[in-house]
Design a protein around this ligand. Structure first.
Ligand code: ADP
Ligand code: LRH
Length: 487
């Protein structure tokens, strides 16, 4: 019997792709259809996503997929990064291009917001990690600046919701991505009405919430005309990219954690219920919605953004390195020489990342990395050190030891970082799949189609279908003597 094909549109902050998931019984083969890099662009001092470039790439990918897989295609779903959104006016037209989360407009928004609703109360209502990039502070900034004017807005659609609307004309808010707003209540799995009211945000912006696996119906006729994809349904996956990635973790049993490694590092566990304890608050953990009603207790940690930005600066300086070259240079640099706090706010959007890393080392009285290899090594080792601290906190929150770390996402291809993580955390690391997000997107559509029973079976499919790499901790590495860098 020919395999069923599910299309995943996976939009990360550094790149997008359209993949076809070919499910044959309990074996999944992923085939890349279209891949592209993207980045925000600055206009009049504001950082915007290139929405129409992204849309053109999505259409291109869908057209290609139709050419290759035709009538075997069952459905398509979109996942994307968290916290960013577009606003529709009351007639259903897009109000403005989505602003990118690294834009500076949210600076200072914490203090202004906590004066209205205290920080502890926001955590008690939402269980979400405090990051100034969160939708809550972006909306507060928009309100303060009148841009875009919120009183003209009728609906708020998070990035994947926006693409689902562009594909179908249906405006709906999917739960996993809604949870990244910090305006969603993880206990009721609904919008936090009280918080929305106390912050004077228009309640009508926050629409009907739908669960992963919901069908939004057929593609709009104009999308069918553009792509040739007739008779294909749009089925919403865990549309927060991290929710999809966590579904695709090839784990069995209990004692594991995931580390979804890309632009960000998302390290955490699945918890039976939201963890809203004083410790979770103090350590700034998050409780995001997962697929099938699960709770993702995790920590947003800076990620390979640090190296992406070094790569961009060095490319502009005429030194275009690929990922293998950067890993090779870092491998040759001296180990554990300079370490920084990867979550220092000055690393969120610096003009010149290599200079920012060197300056943080100097400030901490550490040797300033003098070569490109030493700068990348400093970034990677500092990430691994942060993972160790987060692992300790996760074990305390969970009340049990974690025996295995699963690294998934693009960063799972970075063998040096995987080994450093195993060494720093003193835990075995199992790396892969690198396309976890797209796989999780496909698996949720397959669950909705009845081709896969549940989350446990979906993970068994991943274990059967993907080659994974083991990294064992090397006892001779001297990580124990290194102190955490969090300030
Ligand atoms: P996002 O979804 O956040 O855009 P991805 O999961 O696509 O991120 O991961 C992108 C990251 O994967 C890059 O920043 C890079 O660090 C890493 N990566 C990509 N290709 C390779 C490779 N061939 N070797 C090592 N690392 C890689
Ligand atoms: C990772 C991610 C992460 C955060 C960030 C803004 O791509 O979705 O989970 O929400 O982007």
């Amino acid at each position: 019997m020919p395999s069923k094909v599910f299309l995943a549109v996976d939009l990360g902050a550094s790149g997008g792709r359209v993949l076809a998931g070919l499910l044959d019984g309990q074996v999944l083969e992923m085939a890349e259809v279209h891949r592209f890099n993207h980045a925000p662009v600055n206009m009049h001092g504001r950082l915007y996503w290139r929405l129409f470039d992204l849309w053109a790439n999505v259409l291109h990918g869908l057209r290609e997929a139709q050419g290759t897989y035709g009538e075997r295609i069952v459905s398509v779903g979109v996942d994307a990064w968290g916290v960013d959104f577009g606003l529709l006016d009351r007639r259903g037209e897009l109000l403005a291009a989505p602003v990118a989360y690294r834009d500076s407009r949210t600076q200072g928004e914490f203090e202004r917001t906590f004066a209205v609703v205290p920080r502890e109360e926001i955590f008690a209502a939402t269980g979400i990690q405090f990051m100034e990039i969160n939708t809550l502070y972006q909306l507060r900034a928009a309100q303060r600046l009148g841009s875009p004017p919120l009183d003209r807005a009728g609906r708020l659609l998070m990035m994947p919701d926006l693409f689902h609307w562009m594909l179908t004309g249906v405006a709906a808010n999917e739960q996993t991505i809604a949870s990244t707003t910090q305006l969603y209540d993880p206990r009721t799995q609904g919008w936090s009405d009280d918080l929305i009211a106390r912050l004077h945000l228009p309640r009508e912006l926050f629409g009907r919430l739908i669960a992963p696996g919901t069908s939004l119906g057929p593609l709009l006729p104009e999308v069918v005309a553009e792509t040739g994809l007739a008779g294909v349904e749009v089925v919403v996956p865990g549309s927060h990219d991290t929710a999809s990635a966590v579904l695709a973790v090839p784990a069995a049993g209990e004692n594991w954690c995931y580390l979804s490694s890309g632009t960000w590092s998302l390290m955490g566990i699945e918890a039976a219920a939201p963890v809203l304890t004083a410790e979770a608050y103090r350590w700034n953990f998050t409780n995001e919605a997962g697929v099938a009603g699960t709770n993702r207790l995790l920590k947003n940690i800076s990620g390979l953004w640090l190296v992406q930005e070094c790569q961009r600066i060095w490319r502009m300086e005429g030194r275009p390195y690929d990922w293998q070259q950067l890993a090779h240079l870092a491998a040759q640099a001296e180990p554990l020489r300079s370490l920084i706090d990867v979550d220092d706010p000055r690393l969120l959007a610096p003009r010149d990342m290599p200079a920012a890393i060197v300056s943080l080392c100097r400030e901490a009285g550490q040797p300033a990395p003098a070569t490109h290899g030493a700068i990348v090594r400093c970034a990677l080792e500092s990430l691994a050190l942060k993972y160790r601290e987060v692992l300790e906190h996760l074990e305390r929150l969970r009340g049990a030891r974690i025996d295995q770390i699963h690294i998934v996402g693009g960063g799972s291809q970075n063998g040096l970082l995987c080994q450093m993580t195993a060494d720093a955390c003193e835990r075995p690391v199992l790396a892969g799949p690198m396309e976890a997000t797209a796989i999780g997107n496909v698996l949720m559509q397959a669950i909705a189609a009845g081709a896969i029973a549940d989350v446990a079976q979906a993970r068994a499919v991943v274990r059967q279908s993907v080659k994974l790499l083991d990294y064992l901790p090397d006892e001779s590495r001297n990580w124990r003597s290194v102190a955490p860098t969090t300030h």
